[in-house]
Write a protein that binds this ligand. Structure first.
Ligand SMILES: Cc1ncc(COP(=O)(O)O)c(C=O)c1O
Length: 484
């Protein structure tokens, strides 16, 4: 199969055709287009067995691979969310052609029909150690065979061990942590902890900030398009421009004057989802000073920036600041398991101790995730991933800025810190065309039809230099094509 080129399925395999299952009569015309097949118990067993044989197969022939493409499209259309078929650059013409993710290693992955891609998205920041890092996979496999999840009654050693590693690694007096499975839940936990400790309900967050999409985290969301349909959210949240410590102070002064009770200021060290926006150098030191002066907790959302992404283990270390609570996620699970954490000082943590079940999670801190987390910490330190992010990031950003100077009418800015890089284009359409053009050439970066004015480039921190150069060449080629 030609490398990096999206090709149609074989003509004799008709795309978009639902498998010939027994149809139930749909109740309305609207429901008809999404009517399920009405499988019997026997058919369900056969279907699950078929997928198990695919999961467990060492090899798949071409026919089976192509069938997985059509099955996946059908399944997304009928049972998951067909909206995905319209907006992704990996699915074109409403699902006529699709790249189906299948396997990967390091900074490269393959789709089901064997097309190869360079991964410059890193699963939006989860693959800091690369895809399928052997040491992390080995730890998880070993733990899987011993005991995958925990009783939640006995004490499990890996939870304690990972807490120790993070408690020793974290800046300042941050020491005690709680584990969950995604960044959003880390934020939820941090918000509850801040309220419990301060006894105050309010939060300050930043315009264009992103902290997750459940109700608490969504209340801190600095983008109207994600919030509006769910208003009213938590009432006591206030927004200030990112990078402006004056504005935080003004908000706190106002709150004090009118008796509004603020418990914490929640900020990303570098705004990720907003497009890799790096604040001025005095921002974090001033935030620290202002929060201390007003008796408000400083909460750093390091879900995306943590574990070396920006060139330091934690991004706040660029500015020598220790927050009161820090949230981690994404790369914490080594790109193998979902894992997140919030971590605070013992002084703050003591409010959780009288009743440790006041905040709990069935799967949070499970042995598989903790095995992955322990291995991720080991790999991050042993391979010095933060320094590699700093080095490669400086090189890549420098080259991208050269490209920016060559295409100033289309590429407005290349910016970032370490390997959290944003490319801002003249508009969403152009950005999407660049993301799609790169994808066609076998390079994955962020950017959907809805959100592509700024593309994020977030490769593995250990991406080899020749791959970086290949990406730069392909970006140049894409820009040249589109600029013409
Ligand atoms: C800074 C930040 N906080 C929180 C989240 C939410 O994390 P998750 O999607 O794992 O819940 C994200 C996700 O992109 C993020 O970038």
């Amino acid at each position: 199969m030609a490398r990096g080129v999206v090709v149609p399925m074989k003509p004799n395999v008709k795309p978009n055709v639902v498998r010939p299952r027994r149809k139930r009569r749909a109740s309305s015309p609207a429901a008809k287009s999404v009517a399920r097949s009405g499988m019997t118990r026997k058919e369900l067993i056969a279907e699950s067995r078929r997928w198990l044989s695919i999961i467990n197969a060492h090899r798949l022939n071409d026919y089976k691979r192509r069938k997985i493409v059509t099955d996946t499209l059908d399944n997304f259309r009928l049972y998951y969310n067909r909206g995905y078929l319209e907006y992704r650059k990996s699915v074109t013409q409403g699902g006529e052609f699709a790249a189906i993710e299948w396997s990967g290693r390091g900074s490269q992955f393959e789709d089901i029909v064997g097309r190869k891609y360079i991964d410059c998205l890193g699963g939006y920041g989860i693959y800091s150690a690369g895809i399928n890092h052997p040491k992390i996979v080995r730890a998880v496999k070993s733990q899987l065979e011993r005991m995958p999840l925990s009783s939640q009654e006995l004490l499990d050693p890996l939870r304690g061990a990972l807490a120790e590693l993070l408690g020793e690694l974290a800046p300042g007096d941050l020491q005690c942590c709680f584990f969950i499975n995604n960044g959003t839940d880390a934020i939820e936990g941090a918000m509850k902890l801040a309220r419990l400790y301060t006894g105050k309900p309010g939060f300050i967050s930043c315009v264009r900030g992103f902290h997750g999409k459940s109700y608490g985290a969504l209340s801190l969301m600095g983008k109207g398009e994600y919030r509006l349909a769910f208003e009213p959210l938590l009432q006591d949240t206030y927004f200030v421009p990112f990078g402006d410590a004056e504005a935080v102070e003004a908000e706190l002064r106002k709150a004090e004057a009118v008796g509004m009770a603020i418990s914490g200021v929640v900020v990303e060290p570098v705004q990720g989802e907003a497009g890799a926006i790096v604040p001025p150098d005095d921002y974090w030191p001033r935030l620290r000073e202002v929060c201390t002066r007003y008796g408000v907790l400083l909460i750093a959302d390091e879900v995306q920036t943590g574990m070396g992404r920006t060139g330091k283990m934690f991004a706040v270390e660029h500015w020598g600041v220790a927050p009161d609570i820090m949230c981690l996620g994404k790369a914490l699970g080594g790109g193998v398991m979902p894992l997140s954490a919030f971590i605070a000082t013992p002084e703050i943590w003591q409010v959780l101790e009288p009743n440790p079940f006041i905040h709990s999670s069935t799967f949070g801190g499970n042995p598989l995730a903790c095995a992955a987390g322990i291995a991720a910490v080991n790999v991050t330190l042993e391979e010095d991933l933060p320094s590699r992010a700093a080095e490669t990031g400086t090189y890549l950003l420098g080259e991208l800025q050269k490209l920016q100077r060559r295409y100033p009418d289309h590429l407005i800015e290349a910016r970032g810190l370490g390997l959290l890089i944003g490319l801002e284009f003249v508009d969403t359409e152009f950005g999407y065309a660049v993301a799609a053009g790169l994808f066609k050439r076998g390079v994955l970066v962020a950017g959907t039809l809805l959100n592509a004015k700024t593309l994020r480039v977030e490769p593995a921190l250990n991406i080899p230099r020749p791959l970086v150069d290949e990406v730069l060449e392909k970006l140049d080629d894409t820009l040249q094509d589109l600029a013409e």
